[in-house]
Design a protein around this ligand. Structure first.
Ligand code: BES
Ligand code: MN
Ligand code: ZN
Length: 505
């Protein structure tokens, strides 16, 4: 998608679709006059209330506009940045539905909008563009169209080729800054969605590492990949244990973005990279098992966040750590009852081979603390079905040993729409992961499954004072059944983390 900004007079713009956004307040105030200026009768407003994401297509202008068609776009109250992201996404969906390949959005009122949202033009435009990019995402690279009739095959004009924002000349620079920022976060999040959507046979651990290397080349940050031998030499017993049943070697990918000037702080991001989770010997039921190709969504979010941080040149040092493998049953696989020694030296009794995420994250958390001793450690993981039971599919579970860090992440969730809700890490839960024969068990007693998983991870943070675990099992993947959302990977976490990194800049 080509995105740009212009300052031409609205009536002179020739385009397939001219879009005029309104907040509910601006509609009341200026709606009639603006419409009259474009040659429409105020009566068309009877159905349009500027509800967030509402798109009204208008026909039959009195020839006063040079655009082929005009659409009104609702921003709702327009008081939250999220209103702009949603409106951008809904507009993109509409444009794809009606197959307009290019559109111009009239941002003449953007300064007024920014004042009423208590925000900057850049931030609103960035969110709007982000929404547009996310809303026009489709994963169709695996469709050959060989089974389609010829006429449908030719009817391919689905993507939006050109998106232009219009403002007065004095706002053009701010518009361009917003576009640049929104394009980065939007496309990095879509890159993460691509990784999540790739099926297990097309994305093994080594492919995740390669994706990180490609991302590093685009973003200009450093990537190192440890192969199986290096992982063995380091003694990462958690990652190796999960990999035992696999035909494909594990990888451990280390990403590092260093800003040009002095870094405000160092933040380590750890992402679970299970390319397919069958459960291993503790095999999952077959229903819905295919969705476990998304068990590397944490890794995808970490790669996306690193690339965005690098492209945005944020003044923080960011380390990304991704342990990757699939989790498969076989004669050589890890078994329930086995005891393994992790990279930290802590021994783990494996009560269930399907609780594999915490085993590979344990090694990565130890590595983060030991090698970098960062100011902040955050891990993102599709860790437990129990977290979905607790919070559903649109909210992530948040666990942290720091109230301040938890608050920062909560606030970022509210700003970005990638919401998190804090859960406890009280010591009462330690009881539930005790092992008779090893230091700790990877399987909790009945109940509080997402908490016991987090308590397990906590043991591998080696007393670090600012650690957070975000369980994204619910919001990382939208199943096809029901809802208007595009099915598949959501890239959850990219926006959230980038927003956090900005606040720590
Ligand atoms: N990857 C799953 C968690 C998951 C479930 C993510 C559903 C997304 C959707 C994880 O590895 C897992 O299997 N967890 C088990 C843990 C249990 C065996 C203690 C679970 O949640 O059932
Ligand atoms: Mn599992
Ligand atoms: Zn898993």
């Amino acid at each position: 998608m080509n995105i740009s900004a212009i300052a031409d007079p609205v009536r002179k713009i020739s385009t397939a679709l001219l879009v005029v956004p309104f907040t509910s307040a601006s509609l009341k105030k200026n709606g009639a006059a603006l419409l009259a200026d474009l040659g429409f009768d105020a009566g068309v407003m009877e159905d349009f209330k500027a509800e967030n994401g509402q798109v009204a297509l208008l026909y039959g202008s009195a020839g006063k506009a040079s655009a082929e068609r005009v659409a009104l776009l609702g921003l709702g109250e327009g008081k939250k940045i999220e209103d702009y992201r949603k409106a951008g996404a809904m507009l993109a969906a509409k444009a794809i539905e009606i197959k307009v390949g290019s559109l111009v959005v009239d941002m003449t009122a953007i300064k007024t909008f920014a004042v009423s949202a208590k925000s900057s033009i850049q931030a609103l435009v960035s969110a709007f563009i982000e929404g547009g990019i996310l809303g026009s995402y489709r994963f169709d690279r695996l469709k050959s169209d060989k089974l389609k009739k010829k006429k449908d095959r030719d009817d391919k004009k689905k993507e939006i080729a050109e998106l232009v924002l219009r403002s007065d000349f004095s706002q053009l620079a701010a518009l361009e800054e917003g576009i640049a920022a929104g394009r980065i976060t939007g496309s990095c999040q879509n890159m993460a969605r691509d990784l999540v959507n790739l099926p297990g046979n097309m994305l093994q651990a080594e492919d995740i590492s390669r994706a990180a290397q490609d991302s590093g080349a685009r973003g200009g940050y450093e990537v190192r990949v440890f192969g199986k031998e290096e992982i063995e030499a380091l003694g990462m017993g958690g990652l190796l244990a999960v990999n035992k049943g696999s035909l494909h070697p594990p990888t451990f990918t280390v990403m590092e973005y260093n800003p040009a000037g002095k870094a405000a702080r160092t933040i380590a991001l750890v992402g679970k990279g299970v390319t397919f989770d069958s459960g291993g010997i503790s095999l999952k039921p077959s229903e819905g098992m295919g969705e476990m190709k998304s068990d590397m969504a944490g890794a995808a979010a970490v790669i996306g966040a690193l690339e965005a941080a690098a492209l945005l040149r944020l003044p923080v040092r960011v380390i990304g750590l991704v342990p990757a493998t699939d989790n498969m049953p076989s004669g050589s696989a890890l078994k329930p009852g086995d005891v393994i020694t992790t990279y930290s030296g802590i021994t783990v009794e494996v009560g269930n081979t399907d609780a594999e995420g915490r085993l590979i994250l344990a090694d990565a958390l130890t590595y983060a603390k030991k090698q970098y001793n960062p100011d902040i450690i955050i891990d993102l993981a599709t860790l437990t079905g129990a977290c979905i039971v607790a919070l559903g599919y649109s909210v992530a579970g948040l666990f942290s040993n720091s109230d301040k860090l938890a608050e920062d992440i909560y606030d970022a969730g509210q700003r970005t729409g990638e919401k998190v809700w804090r859960m406890p890490l009280w010591e009462e839960y330690d009881e539930m992961i005790k092992s008779d024969i090893a230091d700790v068990s990877n399987l909790g007693a009945r109940g509080a499954g997402s908490v016991t998983a987090a308590k397990f991870l906590e043991k591998f943070t080696d007393g670090h004072k600012k650690w957070a675990h975000i369980d994204i099992a619910g919001p990382s993947f939208a199943s096809g059944k029901g809802g208007a959302k595009v099915a598949g990977g959501t890239g959850f976490g990219v926006r959230l983390i980038v927003d956090l990194l900005k606040t720590w800049s």
